[in-house]
Design a protein around this ligand. Structure first.
Ligand code: 4AD
Ligand code: MG
Length: 430
């Protein structure tokens, strides 16, 4: 019977067939240990020369790393390890023999691995990261539906900027001039909430950012959520609920993957507790006390984010920033019109900014003043202003960067491993 490696536990004592690839091989004379993978898991196959036909033993001997294979054998329990199974090989077919697979089970430099990303994806580590990524997507979809959000989606070709004009990718667009690849679908789902109340989009967004850091991609996946009649306080509650749900979901569903990645799961577990909150003002005071030379009115850098969270077991919200360093759409504070009702959520353990969110300006006059002040073309944003003209309501939303979340949950150092084929300022291939 053909089965998946993940289902081995249900077939102890039975003869089964696995289809996949050879991951690794160790031989000691008349015994061969063949590590097999099928996309759903990994299992050690044991081939003993004595019990096999010459032809089958020969196949076990000559099989190479990453050859595609079909293996039949009896499922047994590992003699020492709980919940680990083995396959006592009876038949072994090589479907296609891989010659000179370039990635060996040893250290390779990052450039070599990135050039071979199409093959590197098969490593146990990349397998685990992709599975955690999927779990995070599942967790996000689950939580948002529990909170009555529905998935609408936003266009990728857009006529104007959402997050500032300096990081736009322009593409020629027929007779209409230039289109820009979306930086965030937020403005569009603000329109959709007047129809459906709460919604989100989840797709690729683009930033022509010259940043060469371990957390920046030029193409990444963002989930933007937006909700009518939700103000600043409740916005933060929804964000905290989402992030804690992601943590719980991954701890429940990704134990094997997080173990492969050597992620400290105790630390993750501790992050599922009420988040800390600082206002921007408090954060600047605290940072200066801790030795940072950041000045009031400046954006927080990587080092500042690291300093603020270094002793924290839970993610930290920084709320109510000066409007001068935040986008035009954020709602000005009633107590202090120089501030806006917004937040950045900073992850623990060097995870950096996970979420950017805010209550949106719902007053058409104030919004138009901000659009003008930012030097944006009012005509381009006329449809967006319309939303404040016809039944304006208080509303809020936020965006979470998927690969940032993957990087934090998996604990991997560089964001380039958090997406199948990363696009950065210096990489477009493969
Ligand atoms: O803080 P940002 O720029 O916020 C927005 O775009 C809002 N329109 C979202 C909203 O309110 N709907 O981006 C949101 C998140 C960041 O917190 C970060 O996690 C991620 O997107 N992000 C990046 N991830 C990878 N590479 C980059 N270059 C990123 N820039 C932002
Ligand atoms: Mg941000």
């Amino acid at each position: 019977m053909y089965i998946l490696i993940k289902d081995l536990a249900q077939h102890v004592g039975e003869e089964v067939t696995i289809k996949g690839w050879l991951y690794n091989k160790r031989s000691s004379g008349p015994i061969s240990f063949l590590e097999l993978r099928d996309g759903f898991g990994f299992v050690q196959g044991v081939a003993v020369q004595k019990g096999l036909s010459a032809e089958v033993w020969q196949a076990c001997e000559e099989v190479t790393q990453e050859s595609s294979i079909e293996v039949t054998g009896e499922v047994t329990k590992h003699p020492k390890k709980e919940n680990v199974f083995e396959l006592q090989i009876k038949d072994f077919k090589i479907l296609q023999k891989a010659i000179d697979y370039p990635i060996a089970h040893k250290e390779h430099g990052p450039d070599f691995l990135m050039d071979n990303r199409h093959l590197w994806l098969r490593s146990k580590r990349q397998w685990a990261i992709m599975r955690v990524r999927d779990a995070i997507i599942m967790a996000i979809n689950e939580y948002l539906h529990q909170q009555n959000f529905i998935k609408t989606d936003s266009p990728v070709f857009t006529p104007n900027a959402c997050e500032g004009t300096t990081t736009l990718f322009a593409v020629p667009y027929f007779d209409l001039g230039e289109a820009f690849l979306s930086q965030s679908g937020q403005l569009y789902i603000e329109a959709a909430i007047a129809s459906v109340g709460r919604c989100y989009d989840f797709g690729p967004v683009f930033r022509a950012e010259k940043s060469k850091t371990k957390r920046h991609l030029t193409e990444f996946w963002m989930m933007d959520a937006e909700a009518a009649f939700v103000e600043h306080e409740e916005n933060l509650k929804i964000q905290e609920g989402l992030v804690r749900h992601i943590v719980r979901y991954c701890l429940e569903h990704c134990k094997e993957e997080l173990t492969i990645l050597e992620r400290n799961m105790e630390n993750l577990k501790k992050a599922d507790a009420p988040f800390t909150r600082y206002t921007y003002d408090q954060a600047i005071v605290k940072l200066n006390e801790m030795g940072s030379d950041i000045k009031y009115g400046e954006d927080l850098g990587n080092d500042d984010e690291g300093l603020l969270t270094k002793d924290s077991e839970v993610p930290v919200f920084i709320e109510k920033w000066p409007k001068s360093i935040k986008p035009f759409y954020m709602k000005r504070s009633v107590e202090n019109p120089d501030l806006v009702y917004n937040d950045d959520l900073i992850a623990t353990e060097g995870g950096g900014e996970l979420i950017g969110g805010s209550q949106r300006e719902d007053d058409i006059e104030l919004l138009n003043v901000r659009i003008k002040a930012e030097g944006l073309n009012e005509a381009d944003y006329a449809w967006y202003s319309d939303l404040r003209k016809y039944g304006s309501v208080p509303h809020s939303g936020f965006g979470i960067g998927l690969e940032r979340a993957v990087r934090w949950i998996t604990g991997v150092e560089h964001i380039r491993e958090c997406i199948l084929f990363p696009r950065t300022i210096s990489r477009l291939k493969p």
